[in-house]
Design a binder for this molecule. Structure first.
Ligand code: GLY
Length: 313
C-alpha cells in the first residue's frame, strides 16, 4: 500500500485532510497486534493520530512514528513460507480474524480465530503470490546480503487488482500456527531442520493438506482493552471429548486451580474433513469451556464457507 510516515501531529493531520477515509493509521513500533487502526471515517483517523502523536501517546514509544497508509479493500489471507536462504516451501494458507467482534467490527486484536486452508487462496492466486511477492522478496533479501532463513508469514489482501502485501512477519502467527502445522503432511521438526541447514530442496514440496482445521479464541471480557484476570476455568475435559484440542494461551495455576491470566485465554481447535466439520467441533468445544467474562467470535470461517458455497464445494 502507498504510505507516508509522520512524527508530528500537525503534519499527520494535514495529510489526513488531503487524504480522506477510509485510511489506515499505524503505530510504527511493536504494539502487540493492536497498533494498526483501520479508519472508516475522517473522525476515526484524526482520533487515531491524536492518540499516537498527541500528549496521551497511547502507544508510547511505538506510536512516536506513525504510518498513514492506503486502505486496501478485499479479503485477507495468510501465506506461510518456510525458507532456507535459497529454496522455500509453502504450508497451508489460513485466514485470521483480527477484529474483536463478529463481522469484523471493533478494534484489532492479535487474532480471534482462524481456519486453514483459506479457499480464497486458489492455485492461481498462489502462483501469482509466488511470482509477484514471495520470489522477489526472497531474491531481494539475498541480493542485500541477508538471505532469509525461517518462516516468512506473508499477510495479503486479495484486492480487485490482485494480491497485495499487508504485512510480513518472521514467525508462524498466533492463532494461525495452531491450525497450519497440524495440516502439514510430514515431520515438522525435519522441515525446520532442513530449513536451518539449507536443505529444503531435498524435502520437496509438501502434499496438499487433507481436510481443514479451525481455531476459535476464547477471550476475557474487555480484551483487547483492559480485562480482569484470575477467573477460575472449568470444562476443558468435557470440551475435548469431541476431538477438539483446547490450547492454553493466557492461563496459570493458582493453588491447584486453573485461572485466566491473559486477554486471549484459550484457542479451541477442531479438525475435520471439511471446513464446516472443523468449525462444528471447535464451536461445540468452545461452548463447554467456562470462565467468567468469556467471549468469542461466532463467525469464524464464515467467509470461507461462503466462498466454498460460491465455488460449488
Ligand atoms: N494472528 C496474527 C499474527 O500472529 O500475526
Amino acid at each position: 500500500a502507498a504510505f507516508e510516515t509522520f512524527t508530528d501531529l500537525a503534519s499527520a493531520k494535514k495529510f489526513l485532510a488531503e487524504h480522506p477515509a477510509p485510511i489506515v493509521v499505524k503505530a510504527s513500533g511493536l504494539a502487540a497486534g493492536k497498533g494498526a487502526i483501520v479508519c472508516m471515517t475522517d473522525k476515526e483517523a484524526n482520533e487515531a493520530v491524536e492518540e499516537m502523536l498527541g500528549d496521551k501517546a497511547v502507544f508510547g514509544e511505538s506510536g512516536k512514528t506513525v504510518v498513514i497508509e492506503e486502505f486496501m479493500d478485499g479479503e485477507e489471507a495468510s501465506i506461510f513460507v518456510v525458507c532456507d536462504g535459497k529454496d522455500y516451501v509453502i504450508l497451508s494458507s489460513a485466514q485470521d480474524h483480527k477484529r474483536v467482534f463478529d463481522d469484523d467490527k471493533g478494534p484489532n486484536t492479535g487474532g480471534m480465530g482462524a481456519y486453514s486452508p483459506a479457499p480464497v487462496v486458489t492455485d492461481a492466486l498462489l502462483d501469482e503470490v509466488k511470482k509477484t511477492i514471495i520470489e522477489p522478496t526472497l531474491k531481494g533479501m539475498a541480493a542485500e546480503g541477508k538471505p532469509y532463513t525461517g518462516v516468512l508469514y506473508v499477510g495479503i489482501m486479495v484486492t480487485a487488482k490482485g494480491p497485495k502485501v499487508v504485512e510480513y512477519n518472521c514467525r508462524l502467527g498466533d492463532p494461525e500456527c495452531q491450525i497450519v502445522l497440524p495440516l502439514y503432511d510430514g515431520d515438522v521438526l525435519a522441515l525446520f531442520d532442513a530449513a536451518e541447514k539449507g536443505e529444503l530442496a531435498k524435502l520437496g514440496a509438501p502434499k496438499a493438506p487433507k481436510g481443514s482445521s479451525a481455531i476459535v479464541v476464547l477471550a476475557s471480557k474487555g480484551y483487547p482493552g483492559s480485562y480482569e484476570k484470575g477467573k477460575v476455568v472449568t470444562g476443558i475435559e468435557e470440551a475435548e471429548k469431541n476431538g477438539a484440542q483446547v490450547l492454553h494461551a493466557g492461563t496459570k495455576m493458582v493453588d491447584g486451580k486453573l485461572v485466566t491470566n491473559g486477554g486471549r485465554v484459550f484457542g479451541v481447535v477442531g479438525h475435520g474433513e471439511t471446513l464446516q466439520a472443523a468449525l462444528d467441533i471447535a464451536y461445540e468445544a468452545a461452548e463447554k469451556v467456562q470462565f467468567e467474562g468469556k467471549f468469542y467470535r461466532k463467525d469464524i470461517g464464515k467467509k470461507g464457507l461462503a466462498r466454498l458455497a460460491k465455488m460449488g464445494k
